[in-house]
Write a protein that binds this ligand. Structure first.
Ligand SMILES: *[C@@H]1O[C@H](CO)[C@@H](O)[C@H](O)[C@H]1NC(C)=O
Ligand SMILES: *[C@@H]1O[C@H](CO)[C@@H](O)[C@H](O)[C@H]1NC(C)=O
Ligand SMILES: *[C@@H]1O[C@H](CO)[C@@H](O)[C@H](O)[C@H]1NC(C)=O
Ligand SMILES: *[C@@H]1O[C@H](CO)[C@@H](O)[C@H](O)[C@H]1NC(C)=O
Length: 816
């Protein structure tokens, strides 16, 4: 039978017609070779197997794809019930289409019930990708008993609808695959919410992650999946609320798919010179699409920096968290709204807040809407519900305003209720006061600029030495001339460049006598540069220790700020521990030597130096290595002198690097020697595990930090799990020693500063192999978990964002 069919396929022109249908009287044996094709052979229905995973055996699915795009499965029948062998039968049985496996078990069926059989049934794959079940003597004009368009998996094809249909009573949703190679039902859904006005949501396990905004004429086309080669259609009628799209050219293929990570992926394939060219868009594609990104009453605007803002009259609920871009808690009113005499603030080009807590009255206009809002004590905002014909209908919100964003060229006016004192709305009659304010403002500005000019002028006349409070305090170059430096670095040539960072470039130089030097040329005219220069000069110059980089001289001449250090052959520690090709050079013995060296350098800084200080930016890229791999701590640009008698100091300007900053410092600006101890602990653990704390955080599956991961393993007695393979391979490797070292590292990164050991205690613990040491408590945990609760693509985005966060809030970022 199969051979006959095969020959038929080969020789009969009309084969596809037969191959696209299954009638009640005949079953269709389906296998890898045997597929069902739509009449014009545009689509195929057959078995496919996703890339196998090691844990499960073969899983075969009945899926649909465009013949020309066999790797893009657009529909799956038995997504949660795979077959173990690619052998099955499609058969109409009991008024339904069934898929039977090789043991004749039904693994999938159309599940039509309550139909009295009028005549024979036919199942057919149509050229638009709809698999239908109908009476044999009827055609599509009479409708279908069942159609795959009503039961989408994760993909929308042209002319297929997602949303509600009164006739079938179905609200068709897209449901993502579980993984890129796993068609089973995943965590994300794309669903149209049937309310007034309707909206669509992407949800993860029921929790919204992206919201389209109300479906009225002002909605943002982007949230419906950008279209370049077609049109999309939002149908809002009594009998139907749906979204669909069409394609402008029949030779194009276009799909909208909810990917396993919750991203809407629109892909279009265009035939060009015999090939199909792929063009795609993703949604969400900016951080403001993230549902309720800025928390209740927070306003997301990608054109501001930071993107989260509180509406006028509101303030961050937790100011410190807000400044650290932890905006989850949102904003609260500065003054409580009263019931009488409140006013409204008009916000333009807005995505209306989530309508989950709203009341709609389509009969009211905007004026009545305002009255209604005023009359409802807990009303927080109002707007037009429908924007066709200039706007009509009324929607009021009676709770917190969720998921607010400002668009550039879309959206509508939103009126937010505020207490009168909170805003200056600028009504008529207030104009006079306004003018007075402006005049006063201008006068103050003029005065200020005059004062600033005078200051600048005075400053210019002053010799620049005084700007530097360096102990060696001379102007011009100390120990060498600028000319010497220029010659040594071949005129600051690019070929001599060995590093670059926020405030300057580091060059390698060679003095005439042959001595090699490292020259750090700070960016001209940046105040941060000047501050760092002063700081570095005054602090580094006062320290002398084998584990601290030595400052040889400096220049402050002709606007140039140059620091000259001893040159260290082996660059910095990060070049070794995070680079698989280099890390093999770091045997266990070498690592111990490095860890010890760093701890001694830090101990000196904290208490043995004449002028104790906190480094504040300890990280592998600031630890340089000489030819014998002796570590030397560098970069005192962020360091602060520290009075031994105080236990902690505070700063408003938090500098440092994410991943190395202790929680109390990053969150409150409290720094002490214990914040350095924290950074030391992170560096120690990075040296042993060969992984960057920050990167681990972003890529780990359980969204766990490196520190918690190590700590958990430690508690479970698996302390040596995942340590750098090089250590295990070292001839000097001693498990108990490594374990002890990890334990000390964990003690250093404990959440509470007071629980962490001092550097003195750390060096005592290193020195003694037998001294009893405490079990470590939980590690500090800077970035809150909630930040990373979304899917992996937005996780990536967050990563980039925390980068900007660092750039804005903290003045020092790696790599430097
Ligand atoms: C479908 O069937 C109706 C009658 O049942 C007929 O008038 C119509 O032409 C048919 N359409 C097609 C496309 O065959
Ligand atoms: C459709 O696209 C093809 C190939 O890109 C092109 O040759 C053809 O003219 C287009 N048809 C229409 C109606 O635009
Ligand atoms: C979007 O879909 C296309 C086609 O399947 C795929 O090649 C591409 O990788 C997807 N984009 C992302 C970011 O997943
Ligand atoms: C708002 O107030 C109305 C009555 O004015 C009440 O029915 C409703 O439950 C309140 N809603 C909220 C969210 O407090």
């Amino acid at each position: 039978m199969r051979i006959v069919l095969f020959l038929f396929v080969l020789f009969h022109k009309g084969f596809s017609v037969y191959n696209s249908r299954i009638s009640s009287s005949a079953a269709f044996d389906i296998s890898i070779q045997n597929k069902i094709s739509s009449p014009k052979s545009i689509l195929e229905l057959g078995f496919f197997k996703p890339a196998p995973s090691s844990s499960v055996g073969d899983r075969w699915y009945l899926g649909m794809w465009y013949r020309k795009l066999p790797n893009e499965v657009v529909w799956v029948a038995n997504r949660d019930n795979p077959l173990s062998k690619p052998i099955g039968t499609l058969k109409i049985f009991n008024n339904n289409l069934h898929l039977f496996d090789h043991t004749s078990n039904s693994v999938w069926s159309t599940q039509v019930t309550g139909q009295s059989l009028k005549s024979d049934l036919t199942a057919e794959l149509l050229d638009n990708g709809n698999l239908v079940l109908r009476y044999s003597n009827e055609n599509e004009t009479s409708g279908f008993l069942w159609q795959s368009f009503d039961f989408p998996t994760d993909t929308l094809l042209p002319n297929m609808k997602v949303g509600w249909d009164k006739n079938s009573g179905l609200n068709r949703i897209l449901q993502s695959w579980k993984g890129i190679n796993d068609p089973s039902t995943g965590d994300y859904t794309y669903k149209v919410e049937i309310r007034e006005p309707p909206e669509s949501y992407i949800r993860k396990k029921g929790k919204p992650t992206v919201r389209s905004g109300p479906w009225n004429s002002m909605s943002d086309a982007d949230t419906h999946g950008k279209l370049r080669y077609g049109t999309y259609d939002l149908t809002v009628r009594d009998e139907e609320i749906s979204y669909s799209f069409t394609i402008s050219n029949d030779s194009f293929f276009s799909i909208l798919r909810l990917d396993h990570n919750g991203v809407l992926n629109r892909s279009t394939w265009i035939p060009t010179s015999g090939e199909l060219k792929w063009i795609g868009y993703l949604l969400p594609d900016d951080p403001c699409y993230e549902y309720n990104k800025c928390g209740p009453n927070g306003l997301c605007d990608i054109n501001t920096s930071p993107i989260c803002n509180c509406i006028k009259g509101f303030q961050a609920k937790h100011q410190e968290a807000w400044e650290l871009r932890d905006t989850e808690e949102g904003c609260v009113r500065k003054t409580q709204s009263k019931c009488n005499g409140d006013q409204f603030l008009k916000l333009q080009t807005m995505k209306l807040p989530d309508t989950v807590v709203s009341i709609v009255d389509m009969k009211l206009g905007l004026k009545e809407c305002k009255k209604k809002c005023l009359a409802t004590c807990n009303c927080t905002a109002y707007a037009n519900a429908n924007m066709e014909n200039g706007g009509s209908g009324c929607v009021i919100w009676v709770g917190e305003l969720l998921d607010l964003r400002k668009y550039k060229n879309a959206g509508q006016d939103l009126y937010v209720r505020l207490r009168m004192e909170a805003i200056d709305i600028g009504d008529e009659g207030k104009n006079n006061t306004k003018i007075i304010f402006i005049i006063v403002g201008v006068v103050i500005l003029l005065l200020l600029s005059f004062i600033i000019m005078v200051c600048v002028w005075k400053r210019k006349k002053r010799p620049p030495t005084k700007a530097i409070t360096a102990p060696i305090g001379e102007l011009h170059c100390e120990e060498m001339t600028l000319e010497t430096v220029v010659v040594a670095t071949q005129g600051f040539s690019d070929s001599n460049k060995i590093g670059q960072g926020g405030f300057g470039i580091v060059y390698k130089g060679r003095l005439l006598g042959g001595q090699e030097i490292a020259v750090k040329r700070l960016l001209k005219m940046s105040t941060q540069g000047i501050d760092e220069f002063k700081n570095e000069l005054s602090l580094n110059a006062s320290v002398q220790h084998v584990n601290l980089v030595q400052l040889l001289g400096y220049c402050f001449e002709g606007g140039e700020m140059i620091l000259i250090y001893e040159y260290l052959e082996n660059s910095s520690l990060d070049k070794f521990i995070f680079d698989k090709s280099q890390s093999s050079k770091l045997t266990w013995e070498k690592r111990v030597q490095i860890i010890n060296g760093i701890s001694r350098g830090l101990l000196y800084l904290h208490q043995d130096s004449r002028r104790p200080m906190v480094h504040r930016d300890l990280k592998p890229s600031n630890i340089l290595l000489d030819q014998d791999m002796i570590p030397k701590i560098s970069d005192f640009g962020m360091s602060k002198l520290f009075d031994k008698r105080t236990t902690a100091a505070n700063t408003t300007k938090i500098v440092g690097t994410f991943g190395y900053m202790s929680p109390e410092y990053a969150e409150d600006g409290t720094y002490s020697t214990k914040s350095d101890v924290f950074s030391f602990g992170v560096v120690l653990l990075e040296i042993i595990f060969g992984v960057k704390n920050r990167d681990f955080y972003i890529y780990s599956e359980n969204e766990e930090s490196l520190l918690t991961y190590i700590w958990r393993n430690w508690k479970e007695g698996k302390g040596l799990d995942s340590i750098d393979q090089v250590i295990l391979d070292s001839s000097t490797f001693q498990p108990h020693q490594v374990k002890r070292c990890i334990q000390i590292g964990l003690l250093c990164v404990q959440e509470r500063a007071e629980d962490r050991p001092t550097m003195l205690l750390v060096s005592v613990m290193f020195a003694s192999d037998t001294m009893e040491i405490d079990p470590p408590g939980p590690p500090g945990y800077l970035v809150r978990r909630s930040h990373l609760e979304t899917g992996s693509s937005s996780r990536k985005k967050l990563n980039e964002e925390s980068w900007t966060v660092a750039e804005v809030t903290y003045s020092a970022i790696e790599p430097r």
